[in-house]
Design a protein around this ligand. Structure first.
Ligand code: PGA
Length: 256
């Protein structure tokens, strides 16, 4: 894991945006895995401002709530169109977001996996992290080799996400999410975390044991994972000074 601690969330986001811009310039038909939530909002604003060419890009979103329509203002479909897709030149047919209204949920999830493979696999997956260490909606004790499937949200995640809905009661109980095995097959992973609320989950994921108790800890097994943090999210890392030192002393060819 490469731990990149920047002076603030803006600077950490800018590292992530530049990595994505570089990928698109090297591979205009890249396949990108995308996340929702507050963490990637600034990243999407920055990507919009960069005016990149998305015409050949294919995207797969990590997750979606079950039981709400794509038009619902809190669906992840709405989130993605409001915050990114509506402002870039991506082709609608290249956008993939799980269907929270699918009648045959297992069948839909299997087809989502097949679509990722048919697209050539995910080149770069953007991730946030939950306060409990979830990635996508893979809550603690999710199988570390799980595939796209239905999951039940924890009471904590429903509380955390209630701020987007009118009340906690309106937050769906279920979601569809890429599995941890699905995420681990991405060629490159970019995890973003900002704020003190994420410090414990980040410390456990980066420096703790690999355990399904903190699903993000499996990223220790991924060969190309970058973790972009602000100082608050990094504040519980024992080796934070070492990570800063490593980043400052990178060989020129490894820098962005
Ligand atoms: P947040 O959510 O970006 O809204 O904090 C992250 C997550 O739950 O993965």
């Amino acid at each position: 894991m490469e731990i990149i601690i920047q002076p603030d969330a803006e600077a950490a986001t800018s590292v992530a945006a530049r990595l994505i811009a570089r990928l698109l310039s090297e591979k205009p038909n890249a396949v990108i895995g995308l996340a929702t939530g507050s963490t990637p909002l600034r990243l999407y604003q920055e990507l919009v401002g960069m005016k990149l060419d998305w015409r050949q890009v294919t995207t797969f979103n990590l997750d979606e709530y079950v039981g709400i329509s794509p038009q619902h203002p809190q669906s992840y479909h709405s989130f993605m169109w409001d915050n990114l897709f509506g402002h870039i030149n991506i082709s609608v047919k290249n956008v993939n977001i799980p269907d929270g209204l699918a009648n045959d949920i297992p069948g839909f999830c299997a087809s989502y996996e097949r679509k990722i493979i048919a697209a050539g696999g995910i080149d770069l997956q953007v991730l946030g992290i939950g306060t409990d260490g979830h990635i996508g909606f893979n809550e603690p004790t999710s199988s570390l080799s799980s595939r796209t499937r239905i999951k039940t949200l924890t009471p904590q995640t429903r509380k955390d996400n209630a701020r987007f809905f009118g009340s906690e009661a309106e937050v769906p109980h279920h979601c569809l999410t890429m599995g941890i095995g699905t995420i681990m097959e991405a060629r490159q992973i970019l995890l973003l975390a900002f704020g003190a609320g994420k410090a414990k989950a980040i410390a456990e994921a980066v420096e703790g044991p690999i355990t399904a108790r903190n699903p993000a800890s499996i990223l220790q097994m991924h060969p190309v994972t970058k973790v972009c943090l602000d100082p608050a999210a990094a504040s519980k890392l024992e080796l934070q000074e070492y990570y800063r030192w490593v980043y400052e002393h990178k060989p020129v060819w490894q820098q962005l």
